[in-house]
Structure formats: C-alpha cells, structure tokens
Design a protein around this ligand. Structure first.
Ligand code: NAD
Length: 318
C-alpha cells in the first residue's frame, strides 16, 4: 500500500509508520505540521526511498491535495493534542478536528483516494458513567470540544464516504499509551517527578477510572479490523476491557522510577479538567467477534509504557 499518515510524527502515527515500513511492499507519506510531533520519532526513516516526509498543515487544503496524490490508504491521526486548551481557545478542536478532517477527505475525493482509517475516541459518548457503551450507543452528547470534534469528524467522514463511494474505518480508542507518547497522564507524571521527586500534583481526586491500551495493541486492531471488515463505514471500540485509576497510575510510575515517600497532592473534584470524563467504560463485543483482544491489560500496558518512556531520550528531553 502507499499510506498517507496524517500526524505521522506524533505518538500513534510514528508508531504506525515504524510498523508499516517494515513491509517492503509499503510506501509511506507522512504529513505533519509538528505542533506536537517530534522529528526524533521519524528521522530514522528519512533516507529510506519508501518514506517521504511532508511538513504541512491539514488546514492548508491545496497543500493536502498535492501531498496526497498517488496514495491509496489514509491513516488519519492528526488532531489537537491538548484537550483542556479548548477552555481558552474554543475553536481549536473545530479547526484541528473538524475542518482539518473535512480538508483531508475532500483532498481524498479530488484525488480518487478511497480508504481512510480514523482515530476517534471515547469522547464521542459523553459522560455516561459506568454504562458500557457499544458502538450504536446514543444519543451521543460529548462534554468537551475535543469529543465534539471527534463526533463531527466521524460524521463528515461518513457523509463523504456515502456521497462519493469511499470507505472508512472509525476507531473509538481508550487512552492510548506507549513509547512515543507526546502527552497523557503517565507522561505528565514522569515529567513532574523528574522535576520534583518529593511530591506529585494529581488533577482531580485520583479516582478517575479508564482503560489504558498499549499502542502495539491499537495498531494490531487497526490493521486487523480494516482487513477483515468491508462496510462503507466500519465503527469499532478498541480498549483493554479493564480499568485503572489515576492514583494507581501514579503508584506504577513511582515504582518504575524507583522513588519512595512521594507525597500526593490532589487538585480535587471528580474530574481532571472541565470536559474530562471521569469514568469511561466500553462494550467490546463487536471487535472481539473479529478475533481481536488486547495483549496487555491496563496495568501491564502502563508498566510497559512507563519503562519504555523512561528508556527513551527523545520522549523526555524535548
Ligand atoms: N493518545 C490517546 O490516548 C488517544 C486516544 C483516543 C484517540 N486518539 C486520537 O489519535 C490521534 C493521534 O493521537 P496521538 O496521541 O498520537 O497524538 P499526537 O499529538 O502525538 O499526534 C498528533 C500529530 O498530529 C500533528 N498535527 C496536529 N494538527 C495538525 C494539522 N493541522 N496538520 C498536520 N499535522 C497536525 C501533530 O504535530 C502530531 O504529530 C488523534 O486524533 C487523537 O485524538 C488518541
């Protein structure tokens, strides 16, 4: 395949690039504006003739139209990485989530590129507590602009696929973690503890409870589901099926960093920031029917990703 990876210098996109380039039949074009992406994650491929990097913004439609020429499968990972920032910049997710996705699919339409895999998230379901949401759950009432932009992008992808004979795979991921993280709770805790190993400020009351899935499991799911399913728009939840709290995450980080006697301070309240969903539960029946199951539990994925981040200079020094 000739893959076009938006956000390919970011966490999940760069890991997907590493995976795809291993197959000599694949060519890769990365399209990234480096707002959170890191050159260090992809520079090892720069001299590979099957790899091309284009520095560009999805908000620049003529540039996307040019860049995507000749590609046959799009992996769409680019998005606003800072969910809480919508409190001070309310149109951020509208631009980087919705408009950027429209431009991408429009560029696909104009260049006859037919297939797209999109990384959506649990934010589309809103705050529904312990309800295990299946893919057909509704009404979908997001509580953040990030969640709203995921839902808006799903809708645009679906509409354009139906109107112009394209095909989409939409993945609603749990929290994704792994070596190349550029943000996230474990990543934040490592950074804070490197600065001050005596105390740790935890957003909320620490009881927020979610699924944390390793990026290797996520890539397996994307590749398996897109190979095994063939509807016009295929929507799948992807999570571990078990859950871990923020305080438990802090415990794992502290153990892996070999620290002792760290004092936890909580900002208080049930959620980390306005728009955060404190409890997320997924129904995974649909993806399990295809034979997919995560290799790692939430705790195993966390331990693995913390070890990987601690051993990776690019992650923590930039
Ligand atoms: N990491 C998670 O826990 C998680 C969970 C569910 C869904 N997702 C989704 O998966 C995707 C990838 O997430 P990630 O964790 O790898 O994020 P990331 O921030 O590491 O990567 C996003 C990449 O997109 C690039 N980018 C952002 N806006 C752009 C634009 N307008 N034009 C070109 N490039 C742009 C950034 O520079 C970055 O390299 C996102 O859509 C995210 O919403 C992530």
């Amino acid at each position: 395949m000739k893959a076009f990876i938006t956000g390919g210098a970011g966490f999940i996109g760069s890991t997907m690039a590493d995976r795809l380039i291993k197959d000599p039949n694949n060519e890769i074009v990365i399209y990234d504006n480096f707002c959170s992406g890191k050159m260090g994650y992809i520079e090892k491929h720069i001299n590979n003739p099957r790899f091309k990097l284009i520095k560009g913004d999805l908000l620049d439609l003529p540039a996307v139209k040019e860049a995507i020429k000749g590609c046959d499968f799009v992996f769409h990972f680019a998005a606003n990485p800072d969910i809480a920032k919508a409190m001070i910049e309310t149109d951020l997710d509208l631009r980087l989530g919705v408009i950027a996705t429209y431009n991408l699919v429009e560029a696909m339409r104009l260049n006859n590129v037919k297939k797209i895999a999109y990384s959506s998230g649990s934010g589309v379901y809103g705050d529904v507590g312990y309800t295990e949401t299946p893919e057909h759950f509704g009404p979908l009432l997001p509580t953040s602009m990030y969640g709203a932009s995921k839902l808006g992008a799903e809708a645009i992808i679906s509409a354009l696929c139906h109107m112009f004979d394209m095909q989409a795979w939409i993945f609603r991921f749990a929290n994704v973690i792994g070596e190349n993280q550029t943000h996230g709770v474990g990543y934040d805790f490592i950074r804070k503890l490197k600065e001050d190993p005596k105390k740790l400020l935890i957003l909320g009351d620490g009881n927020q409870s979610k699924s944390y899935i390793h990026v290797e499991d996520v890539l397996d799911a994307i590749l398996l589901v897109s190979e095994k399913t063939n509807d016009k728009v295929n929507v799948y939840n992807v999570a571990t099926g078990d859950y871990i709290t923020v305080t438990e995450i802090a415990d794992v980080v502290i153990e892996e960093m070999g620290l002792k006697g760290v004092q936890y301070e909580y900002t208080g309240g049930s959620r980390g920031w306005k728009g955060d969903v404190p409890v997320v539960r997924f129904n995974l029946d649909k993806v399990k029917k295809l034979g997919w199951k995560s290799k790692y539990s939430s705790k195993e994925a966390l331990t693995r990703s913390i070890k990987q981040m601690l051993g990776n200079k690019i992650v923590l020094n930039s």
